[in-house]
Design a protein. Structure first.
Lengths: 348, 741
C-alpha cells in the first residue's frame, strides 16, 4: 500500500500534465497536514491553494470568527462540534478514500478571503466539490450549509456532508468518551451515598419531615400549573417592546405569555432588582401561591387559634387579601382574554 | 350541618333523609353536567364534531352494520391509499363497542334511535357518570359530608373536562375520563380494604380503560408510583400487596386482549414501572414473611441491603435491556413528555399538533378557574393526616400537573384530581365557617400531645370560629367565588367549547346568527359528483372528515401511523407542479382538496399549516424540500408580492390563490387571514383544474388532469389552451419520416 501510494504521484508525474501534478500535490500535502490535526487551520494563501478551480478532492471549509471581540456566539458554540467532526472523519478515513479535507479559516487569518467572498456574517460552512476526477460535480460553485436553525450538532453536519458526497465512505462521528465526567459522576454518587449513610441520623429527620415534603410538592404544583413549563420549553423572553418605545409586560393572546407579566409588579420592584427578577419569572405562580396560602390559612390555621380577637383579625385580613388578589388575578386574565365578562372589585 | 349535632333518637330519619337528599343532589348534578354540554346541539344540530370523532363515528357505523367479529378483523382499504390500514387491530375499540351495545340494547327495548344520536350524546351521558365517580372517589378521601358533592359539581361543570365531552365530541376521552376516575376509586377502595374482589374490579375497569384510550398509560404509571411511594414511606402492608398484585396480574391480562396493545405491556418502557414494582413487591412480600419467621437485627439489615440492591440491579437491567434493544425505548410521544425539546427536533408530526404544545397560564385559569388555587390548598390538606389514599392524591397531583404543564391536551387528566382536592379544601372551609356552633375555648391543661411527623400548625386542637361576623364574611366570599365559577364555566362552555368546527357560526351586522357550512357543502359535492373510488389527497387533518362525510378514499388521515406517507403528501403540496404531478399520478390521486380561509378570515387554513407540511417533508427529503426556501431573505413567511419563488411555485400556494384575485376589483385583492394584499396576477395551474370551490372559498377542490391526449406536457398543453404561442419552437426536428406504426 505504502509503495503504491508513493508510486501513484510518480506515475501521475510522468503521465499527467503539470497542472494535475500540482493538484495531486495539494491534496497529498494537505492530507498529510490533516493526519496531524484535522480540521486544518487555514490562512488566505492556503485557502486559495486548497480551493483553486481544477481540484480532484473535496474541501469543507468553515469560515468563522472566533475572537471574542466579534461576539459570534454561534461560531463559539459550533467550533467544538466542527473539530470533533473533522477529527473523527479523518481518523475513520485513514486511506483518504473520501478525498475530503476539513479546514477552518478564522477571520483573523483570512480577512482577504472574507472580503473577496463578500461575507457579512459568520459562520459559513462551504463544501467545494471536486471539479475533475471520478466524483467531479457539474457546478464548481461550493454548496453552503444552512445555519439558521442554531448551532448544529456534529451528526447533523455529518449527515449533510454525507448527502453531498455520495458513493464515498462516510466515517461516523465518534464522540470521545468523557472519562473525567464518568469518573467524577461515579465518585460523586458514591460520595453522596456515603455521606448520606454516615450522616443518616441528621438527614433522616429532614427526609421524613412532612412539612418539607408538603412545601416542596406545593411549590412544584404551583410551578407546573402556572405555565412555568411553557416558559421553560419556549424559552420566552421576559419582556417585549410594544413597538412604541415602551415595554409591554403582559402578552395579549391566549397561547402566549411572557416571563414577566405585570405592570404593577414592575412598578413596585423597579427599585429592588433581586425581587424584580424573582417576580418576573414567577408572577402567576406567586399569585396562585398567595391565593392558596390564604385558603390554607382560612381552612387550617384560623380555626385553631385559641384567642377570639386574634382569630377575628386573622380572618378579616386573610379573606380580604384573598378577595383582593383574586380580583387582581381576574383583571390579569382579562388582559389576556379581551372578551372575558367577569370581574370583582376593586380591579374592575 | 345542623343535623350532625342532633341526638341519636332522630338519627334514623335524618340518615335516610340525607341519603335521599344526596341522591336528589347527585341527580341534579348529573342533569347540570349533561345539560351544560348540549349548547352545540341546541345552537347547531345533532352533529359529530371536529376530526377524530368522524372516524369513530364511521367505525361505529361499520360495527353496527357488520357485527363485532367483522369489526375486529376490519381491513380498511379506503384510507391510506394505496397502503390501507388494519383498522380493527390499530384502534381502541372501547368507545365503538360501548355505543354499539347501547344501540342494540335500545333496539331490544324497541326504542328506535339513530346511531348518530347515540354517538352525539354519549359524551354528555358519561359526564354524569364521571361526576358520580368523582363523588365516590372524594368520599374515600375525607370524612366531610359535603366534599364529595362539591367534587361532583366541580367535575360536572369544570371546563377542563367539558372541552372534551360536549355533545358531538365523540372521542375516546368521552368515556375514558369516567373510566379513569372510576378505576382510581376502585384502586383506593381495594387498597383500603386489601380486598381481592375490589382489586379484580379495578383490573376489570382498567381493562375497559385500555380498550378505550391510549391515555391508559397514565394509570399504568401512576398506580406503581403510588405503590412505590408507599413502600418508600415504610407503609408496605398486605393490603397493598393484595390489591397491587391482583390489579397488575388481571389488569395486564385484560389489557393484552386488545390487539392494538398486544404484547406491549411486557415490551415497552412505559409499562416497565408497573412490571418492576410487581416484581419488587413480590420480593418484599417474601422478605416480610422471612422476617416474621426469623428474628435478629443483623439479618434484617442484611435483608434491607438486598432489597435496595435488587431494586438498583433491576433498574440497571432495564437500562441494559433497553440499550440492547430487547425492551423498546420510550415511544416518541411519551418521551417528548420528559425531554420537552425532543419532539420539535425529531418528530415534527407530534410537535405540529396544537394539542401537544405546552400550556400557558391562561389556559389553566380558563379551564379550572378558581379551582386552580383551591387545588394546592386541597393537596396541603392531604398532608394533614397523610393516609395511603392521601398519598395517592399527592402523587396524582404532582404528576398530573407536570403533564398538564407540558401538554395542553393532558389538562384532561389533571382535572379530576383538581376537582377532588379543591372540593376537599372548599368543604373544609365551608364546614368550618358554616357551623353555627360557636367555638369554645379549650383549657390550657389539655394541651395536645405532640404528634410526631405532623404538619406544623395542625397539631393544635381545632376550636372553631368565635365570631359570627367572620363566619358570614368568609362564607359570603366563598359563595361569590362559587357563583363566579358556575358562571365562568357556563360562559366558557358556551363560547369556547361548543363549536362543532365542522360548521362555523358568525354574526350578521344585525346580530343574527349566520351559519357557514362550507365543509359539509364541499364534502357533499364530493359524495355526489365523484366516482365511488375517487382518491382525494388533502393534508392529514381532513382525512377523517373526508372518509366520514364524503365517503371517499384518502391518502392520509388523522391516524398518523405512517410518517413517510404523510411526508409524501407534504412533498407533493410543497413542491413545484412538475414534481408533484408524478407523485399524484403514482398515488392515483383524482382530486386534491385544500382549505383556504383568506376570503373569510378563517385562520385555521392550509397556508397557515403549510410550514408543517414543509417541515415534515423536509424530514424525509432534506435535499428536495427546504424550509429555508419558503422564507424571504429577511426571514419572513410571506404570501403577497414578496413571497419567495419556491413559495409561489408550490402546489399549495397555487391551489390556494388560484383565481383568487379575480374576485376583487383590480389592485384590491386581499388576504384577510394574513392581512396582506395579493398580486393581481394569480398563479397558473397546468396539471390541475379547478373542480369545486365552496360558497365562502373555505374549501377548494381540484381535479388532477389526465395525461395529455397527444403527449404534450401539461405546461405546453395549458399554454396552447390559453391561446399562447409557443415561445420556443422545437429546436431540432429530424428529417420528416413517414409514420410506419
Amino acid at each position: 500500500m505504502r509503495i503504491l501510494s508513493s508510486i501513484a504521484p510518480l506515475l501521475l508525474l510522468i503521465g499527467g500534465s503539470l497542472a494535475k501534478k500540482a493538484q495531486t500535490d495539494a491534496y497529498e500535502e494537505f492530507n498529510k497536514l490533516a493526519q496531524r490535526s484535522s480540521p486544518i487551520k487555514l490562512n488566505d494563501a492556503t485557502y486559495a491553494s486548497l480551493t483553486t478551480a481544477p481540484r480532484n478532492h473535496s474541501v469543507a471549509v468553515l469560515l468563522t470568527a472566533l475572537e471574542t471581540r466579534f461576539g459570534c456566539q454561534l461560531c463559539q458554540e459550533f467550533q467544538p462540534e466542527w473539530d470533533l467532526l473533522g477529527k473523527s472523519w479523518t481518523k475513520g478515513d485513514k486511506t483518504g478514500e473520501s478525498r475530503l479535507i476539513f479546514g477552518t479559516l478564522d477571520f483573523a487569518d483570512g480577512r482577504e478571503t472574507f472580503i473577496s467572498l463578500g461575507l457579512q456574517t459568520a459562520p459559513v460552512l462551504m463544501l467545494f466539490n471536486p471539479t475533475v476526477g471520478p466524483h467531479a460535480a457539474t457546478s464548481p460553485e461550493p454548496s453552503r450549509y444552512d445555519f439558521t436553525a442554531g448551532p448544529p450538532a456534529a451528526e447533523q453536519v455529518h449527515s449533510w456532508l454525507s448527502r453531498q458526497l455520495p458513493n464515498r465512505p462516510h466515517p461516523a462521528v465518534k464522540r470521545p468518551i468523557n472519562w473525567l465526567r464518568w469518573a467524577s459522576t461515579i465518585t460523586l454518587v458514591l460520595g453522596v451515598g456515603t455521606a448520606l449513610v454516615s450522616a443518616s441520623s441528621y438527614v433522616l429527620p429532614i427526609i421524613q419531615n412532612r412539612n418539607i415534603w408538603a412545601s416542596v410538592s406545593l411549590i412544584a404544583i404551583l410551578l407546573f400549573t402556572s405555565g412555568h413549563m411553557f416558559n421553560h420549553i419556549r424559552k420566552v423572553p421576559y419582556i417585549v417592546g410594544d413597538g412604541k418605545g415602551g415595554v409591554s409586560y403582559i402578552a395579549g393572546g391566549f397561547q402566549s405569555q411572557l416571563g414577566l407579566e405585570t405592570q404593577i409588579v414592575a412598578a413596585i420592584c423597579k427599585t429592588n432588582f433581586f425581587y424584580a427578577i424573582l417576580f418576573r419569572k414567577l408572577m402567576h405562580c406567586v399569585i396562585d401561591g398567595i391565593l392558596s396560602f390564604c385558603a390554607i390559612t382560612l381552612a387550617v390555621k384560623v380555626p385553631r387559634m385559641a384567642d377570639s380577637k386574634t382569630q377575628q383579625v386573622a380572618v378579616v385580613v386573610w379573606s380580604i387579601t384573598l378577595f383582593l388578589v383574586y380580583s387582581f388575578l381576574l383583571s390579569v386574565f382579562r388582559v389576556k382574554n379581551g372578551g372575558y365578562p367577569f370581574s370583582l372589585p376593586p380591579f374592575m | 350541618m345542623a343535623a350532625k349535632t342532633q341526638g341519636p333518637a332522630v338519627g334514623y330519619t335524618t340518615e335516610s333523609t340525607r341519603t335521599l337528599l344526596r341522591v336528589v343532589i347527585l341527580c341534579f348534578i348529573a342533569a347540570a353536567a349533561i345539560s351544560s354540554r348540549l349548547f352545540s346541539v341546541i345552537r347547531f344540530e345533532s352533529i359529530i364534531h371536529e376530526f377524530d370523532p368522524w372516524f369513530n363515528f364511521r367505525a361505529t357505523k361499520y360495527l353496527v352494520a357488520n357485527g363485532f367479529h367483522k369489526f375486529w378483523d376490519w381491513f380498511d382499504d379506503r384510507t391510506w391509499h394505496p397502503l390501507g390500514r388494519v383498522t380493527g387491530g390499530t384502534l381502541y375499540p372501547g368507545l365503538m363497542v360501548t355505543s354499539g351495545a347501547i344501540y342494540h340494547a335500545l333496539r331490544t327495548l324497541t326504542i328506535p334511535v339513530d346511531i348518530r344520536n347515540i354517538c352525539v350524546l354519549l359524551a354528555p351521558a358519561c359526564s354524569g357518570l364521571t361526576a358520580f365517580a368523582t363523588y365516590l372517589l372524594t368520599n374515600e378521601m375525607t370524612t366531610s359530608p359535603s366534599a364529595g358533592l362539591l367534587a361532583a359539581v366541580f367535575m360536572g361543570i369544570a371546563p377542563g373536562y367539558i372541552s372534551r365531552s360536549v355533545a358531538g365530541s365523540y372521542d375516546n376521552e368521552a368515556i375514558a375520563i369516567f373510566l379513569l376516575v372510576f378505576t382510581f376509586y376502585l384502586w383506593i377502595k381495594a387498597l383500603k380494604l386489601g380486598s381481592m374482589l375490589w382489586g379484580a374490579l379495578c383490573a376489570l375497569f382498567y381493562g375497559y380503560m385500555v380498550a378505550s384510550w391510549g391515555g391508559y398509560a397514565f394509570i399504568t404509571c401512576l398506580l406503581p408510583v403510588h405503590a412505590l411511594v408507599l413502600i418508600a414511606m415504610g407503609r408496605y402492608s398486605t393490603r397493598l400487596y393484595v390489591s397491587y398484585t391482583t390489579w397488575y396480574a388481571l389488569g395486564t391480562l385484560a389489557s393484552m386482549q386488545i390487539p392494538f396493545v398486544g404484547f406491549l405491556p411486557i415490551k415497552t418502557s412505559e409499562h416497565m414501572p408497573a412490571l418492576g414494582i410487581f416484581g419488587f413487591i413480590q420480593l418484599i412480600g417474601f422478605i416480610q414473611y422471612v422476617r416474621s419467621a426469623i428474628s435478629g437485627r443483623q439479618f434484617q439489615t442484611f435483608l434491607v441491603t438486598i432489597l435496595v440492591a435488587t431494586f438498583g440491579l433491576g433498574l440497571l437491567g432495564l437500562v441494559a435491556l433497553t440499550s440492547l434493544g430487547y425492551v423498546a425505548p420510550w415511544s416518541g410521544r411519551f418521551y417528548s413528555l420528559w425531554d420537552t425539546g425532543y419532539a420539535k427536533i425529531h418528530i415534527p408530526i407530534i410537535a405540529s399538533v396544537s394539542e401537544h404544545q405546552p400550556t400557558a397560564w391562561p389556559s389553566f385559569f380558563f379551564d379550572l378557574n378558581f379551582l386552580i388555587w383551591l387545588f394546592p390548598a386541597g393537596v396541603y390538606l392531604c398532608f394533614q393526616d397523610l393516609k395511603d389514599e392521601h398519598v395517592f392524591v399527592v402523587v396524582y397531583a404532582l404528576f398530573g400537573s407536570y403533564f398538564a404543564g407540558v401538554m395542553v391536551r393532558l389538562m384532561l387528566t389533571l382535572t379530576p384530581v383538581v376537582c377532588v382536592a379543591a372540593a376537599m379544601a372548599a368543604s373544609q372551609i365551608l364546614d368550618t365557617y358554616l357551623s353555627w356552633k360557636s367555638a369554645t375555648p379549650v383549657e390550657e391543661q389539655e394541651a395536645p400531645k405532640k404528634v410526631k411527623g405532623g404538619l406544623r400548625g395542625s397539631d393544635k386542637p381545632n376550636v372553631g370560629i368565635y365570631s359570627n361576623l367572620t363566619k358570614v364574611m368568609v362564607s359570603g366570599s366563598m359563595l361569590v367565588y362559587l357563583l363566579m365559577f358556575v358562571s365562568h364555566c357556563t360562559w366558557v362552555t358556551s363560547n369556547a367549547y361548543s363549536s362543532p368546527s365542522v360548521v362555523l357560526a358568525s354574526r350578521m351586522p344585525d346580530g343574527s346568527q349566520h351559519i357557514i357550512d362550507d365543509y359539509r357543502e364541499a364534502y357533499q359535492w364530493l359524495r355526489q359528483n365523484t366516482k365511488e373510488d375517487a382518491k382525494v389527497m388533502s393534508w392529514w387533518d381532513y382525512g377523517y372528515q373526508i372518509g366520514g362525510m364524503a365517503d371517499r378514499p384518502t391518502l392520509v388521515d388523522n391516524n398518523t401511523w405512517n410518517n413517510t406517507h404523510i411526508a409524501t403528501v407534504g412533498k407533493a403540496m410543497s413542491s413545484r407542479e412538475e414534481v408533484s404531478y408524478p407523485i399524484m399520478r403514482q398515488h392515483e390521486v383524482d382530486y386534491v382538496l385544500v382549505v383556504f380561509g383568506a376570503l373569510l378570515g378563517y385562520s385555521g387554513d392550509d397556508i397557515n399549516k403549510f410550514l408543517w407540511m414543509v417541515r415534515i417533508a423536509e424530514g424525509i427529503w432534506p435535499d428536495e424540500v427546504k424550509e429555508r426556501d419558503f422564507f424571504t431573505p429577511q426571514g419572513e413567511y410571506r404570501v403577497d408580492e414578496g413571497a419567495t419563488e419556491t413559495m409561489k411555485n408550490s402546489l399549495m400556494y397555487k391551489m390556494s390563490y388560484y383565481n383568487y384575485a379575480s374576485l376583487f376589483p383590480a389592485g384590491q385583492a386581499a388576504d384577510r387571514v394574513r392581512g396582506v394584499r395579493i398580486p393581481d396576477q394569480g398563479p397558473v395551474l397546468n396539471t390541475l383544474e379547478e373542480a369545486f370551490t365552496s360558497e365562502n372559498w373555505i374549501i377548494r377542490i381540484y381535479k388532477v388532469k389526465d395525461l395529455d391526449n397527444i403527449g404534450r406536457d401539461h405546461a405546453n398543453a395549458a399554454a396552447f389552451e390559453r391561446g399562447q404561442k409557443k415561445k420556443k419552437p422545437t429546436k431540432k426536428r429530424g428529417a420528416r419520416v413517414l409514420r410506419v406504426d
